[in-house]
Ligand binder design. Sequence first.
Ligand SMILES: [Mg+2]
Length: 111
Amino acid sequence: MSNKDSYKDMLAAVQAFHDKHDFKNTGGEELAYRVALMTEELGEISACVTKGKAVEDLAEECADLMILLLGTAIAANFRLDDAFWAKMEKITQRESRMINGRIRVSEFRDS
Ligand SMILES: [Mg+2]
């Protein structure tokens, strides 16, 4: 049984999917190809929002992108969980500003 709250188990499921289709030896782990696939899914997320689709559709497209992100971590051999927590730590230190009526959290460089 897998623990649905576990990053490790999610990664193992994506790894099993890659293994099932032998992505490693069939171009499925080529980074430029993966970027194209991720771009495609981002377009589908965009369409959900701009076309006012149901939240279930948005969730499914976000899941598509998340699966691709985990697979990209496999393909490029980096720890996405470590990168996630390191980045959260970093952005937690950043300041926020209201810009054109919306909040923006960034490293603001005043020049
Ligand atoms: Mg999709």
